[in-house]
Design a protein around this ligand. Structure first.
Ligand SMILES: [Zn+2]
Length: 411
């Protein structure tokens, strides 16, 4: 019996591939090679002729065309790493063979509940198979589902040589979750003219728009001294930084915004009396809007600084990624054919803006148009992450349909 998309998924999620912020090395954690090397072996075992892995961990492979017409070479990309925010070691996937509705209490921690009220897409999983973690870790559907889908599509293409396709490129990347998934990715070597990431969530949902993103680091320097003799000498940076954070607009936070609304998100706070730092994300679909977010924070800093004249506040903004929309508008086929492929899989395509970025954001900016395809997962970067197995199967179908559409349209 052939290895199914579920078999592959279960095999990949138990491998710890958590990436790490602020690492000196690339990939950020060497354990990502455990899965990357396994994928090299599995691709070779499937009979894929060209498979390579480089020093950075990028796995690239190519399947030659099986038609004589000239068809664009199409790439499929997914990332092996899981979010640094939630533990990804000792994942114990739980299979619910037939979801009957209602809240799902996870067996490893009864406080962790996948609630019907917070998961409107659970409805689409009624009567279907769901996989969750045991509640003590994330699941890793982001993005091991994407990898399982690509590997299954490749397996099916090799098993069914009558499915027509042009040249196919496969790319597996590390470090997407720390914003560095394509840092050393060699687009030329990859060789695809167009690509798709399999890194979305809800079944049928597609993405051609992402946030534009900058990150901001605020450092407050105070002066530390023994509290017993601190009067008029100590400058407590913890108080200064908390004053800054409390003044950030609460109606421009991820927890109070949706759709196309931008946000400012303080997400890592570190420090002590002498020195404190806060990392902040700036996100907006309009790249120009990022400057407004920066100005908002600059204004807060300017208000707080005079209240603590002996402290020193520094602010540093770094560019992360840009909305892929512009790049995709230059080449409409890549989006149109995907829309058609989803319809042929019996689904209604829903194009939603991603309130985040994907490897496709950077690839598109660098000249490789790369929209994003659903995987069937939900609640990424959390212990309530779950996936609809039917959604993964539909994604495999979509990939196979997409390849055939590229062939049909090239005639
Ligand atoms: Zn992802």
């Amino acid at each position: 019996m052939a290895d199914t998309v579920l078999d592959k998924f279960l095999r990949y999620v138990v491998i710890d591939t958590q990436s790490k912020e602020d690492s000196e090395s690339y990939p950020s954690t060497s354990k990502q090679f455990d899965l990357l090397n396994l994928l090299v072996k599995e691709l070779k075992d499937l009979g894929v002729p060209q498979v390579s892995i480089d020093q950075y961990g990028y796995v690239m492979a190519a399947l030659p065309a099986n038609v004589s017409t000239k068809v664009a070479s199409i790439g499929f990309v997914a990332h092996v790493d899981t979010s640094p925010e939630v533990i990804g070691a000792n994942v114990k996937p739980q299979i619910i063979k037939e979801y009957k509705g209602g809240d799902i209490v996870l067996p490893g921690d009864s406080n962790i509940v996948i609630r019907e009220s917070e998961n409107p897409t659970l409805k689409t999983a009624l009567g279907k198979m769901i996989v969750t973690s045991d509640g003590t870790t994330l699941l890793g559907a982001d993005d091991k589902a994407g990898i399982a889908i690509i590997m299954t599509a490749v397996q099916q293409l090799i098993a069914n040589p009558k499915i027509p396709h042009g040249e196919i490129k496969i790319g597996f990347t590390p470090d997407e979750e720390v914003g560095a998934g394509t840092k050393f990715f060699d687009i030329k070597k990859f060789g695809a003219q167009f690509a798709y990431t399999l890194d979305g969530d809800t079944t049928g949902e597609l993405n051609k728009e992402t946030f534009s993103a900058n990150s901001c680091l605020i450092t407050v320097f105070g002066r530390d001294i023994h509290p017993g003799s601190a009067k008029n000498i100590m400058v407590n940076s913890v108080r200064v930084i908390s004053d800054i954070i409390s003044r950030l607009p609460k109606n421009q936070a991820p927890e109070t915004t949706e759709g196309y609304e931008p946000y400012i998100h303080p997400y890592v706070l570190e420090g002590g009396a002498g020195k404190s730092t806060v990392k902040i994300l700036f996100r907006d679909f309009k790249t120009a809007g990022l400057d407004d977010l920066k100005k908002t924070v600059e204004k807060v800093v300017a208000e707080v600084q005079p209240l603590y004249p002996k402290s020193k506040i520094e602010m540093q903004v770094t560019e992360l990624y840009r909305n892929m929309k512009e790049g995709l508008e230059k080449e409409t086929r890549v989006v149109e054919y995907l829309d058609e492929a989803v319809k042929r899989s019996g689904l209604h395509p829903v194009w939603t803006p991603i309130r985040g970025g994907t490897d496709g954001s950077r690839l598109t900016a660098d000249g490789l148009p790369t929209p994003n395809i659903f995987t069937g997962g939900a609640n990424y970067h959390s212990r309530t992450e779950w996936i609809n197995v039917w959604g993964m199967e539909k994604a495999v179908e979509t990939v196979l349909n997409l390849l055939q559409i590229w062939v049909e349209k090239s005639k």
